[in-house]
Design a protein around this ligand. Structure first.
Ligand SMILES: C[S@@+](CC[C@H](N)C(=O)[O-])C[C@H]1O[C@@H](n2cnc3c(N)ncnc32)[C@H](O)[C@@H]1O
Length: 239
């Protein structure tokens, strides 16, 4: 029997899943994360979804090869939260996609902390954006969610951000939309310095490119990005 092999990124996602409650993995592709969750008995049931049929075929084959009990999962095809619209979950995972796509998935379906037709009810959402992570963090924590876990992990030499949000209680809004997450800074993640250094380099690179451009707004853009780099340097100094 084959065994699921999880990268450090996948393991971080699995570690943030609420045990003992059903899990949904939206955009599951290979299905390795929910397969491992089921085999380890972390969750009693899993719904695996993807917008494309090709990944779902591969996913079906993988779960069979891993020997996952077919009565403990459903595989559904559809866009974003559509296939899990009426489900109740401990955790909904949306990983390995662009942050803008994840935002559009939340936007299109909406979310609710109470039972509502067509909207998945989840105690926790675990997200792992490949791009635009800051935008996704600002979007989710500017809405009805607060961060409850955040981890930086390396995959093929690149730092990936994995974070979990839960709906806020009444009067408990916890916006976290700075250049670096307050939650992550407070946690003092082992990769935090390298992570901020990467952000500084990127900001300096954009500022340099802008200052070499003839466009009339380029000087302005260069000033903004130099200021971003400076603010990041200050954050780094205070770690
Ligand atoms: C790079 S894979 C990520 C696989 C897995 N979640 C992970 O983190 O390892 C992204 C998957 O998302 C699926 N996908 C893209 N847009 C989607 C959408 N709107 N709704 C559901 N799945 C989507 C793709 O078909 C693809 O299989």
């Amino acid at each position: 029997m084959d065994k699921p092999v999880l990268s450090e990124r996948m393991q971080a996602i699995e570690d943030m899943v609420m045990p003992g409650l059903p899990v949904a993995d939206v955009g599951t592709d290979h299905g390795i994360i929910p397969a491992d969750i089921l085999l380890k008995g972390i969750c009693p049931y899993a719904v695996l979804t993807d917008i494309n049929s090709g990944p779902l075929e591969k996913c079906r084959e993988n779960l069979k090869a891993f020997g996952v009990d077919p009565s403990r999962f459903s595989i559904l095809q559809g866009d974003g939260f559509d296939p899990i619209g009426d489900g109740v979950f401990g955790t909904v995972i949306t990983a390995g996609m662009g942050g803008e796509l994840i935002i559009s998935i939340f936007e299109e379906t909406g979310w609710s902390t109470e039972r509502k037709e067509g909207v998945p009810l989840a105690r926790r959402f675990v997200v792992q954006p490949r791009t635009h992570a800051d935008d996704l963090r600002a979007y989710l924590t500017g809405a009805e969610f607060r961060l409850c876990d955040y981890k930086l992990v390396k995959e093929r030499g690149r730092i990936c951000e994995v974070f979990a949000v839960e709906p806020c209680g009444a009067g408990e809004l916890r916006s976290d939309c700075g250049l670096v997450s307050e939650f992550l800074l407070a946690k003092n993640d082992p990769l935090i310095t390298e992570f901020i250094d990467g952000k500084i380099k990127k900001a300096q690179h954009i500022a340099e490119n802008a200052s070499g451009s003839d466009r009339p707004d380029a000087r302005y853009a260069a000033d903004i990005w130099n200021s971003v780099a400076h603010q990041l340097e200050e954050i780094r100094k205070n770690i």
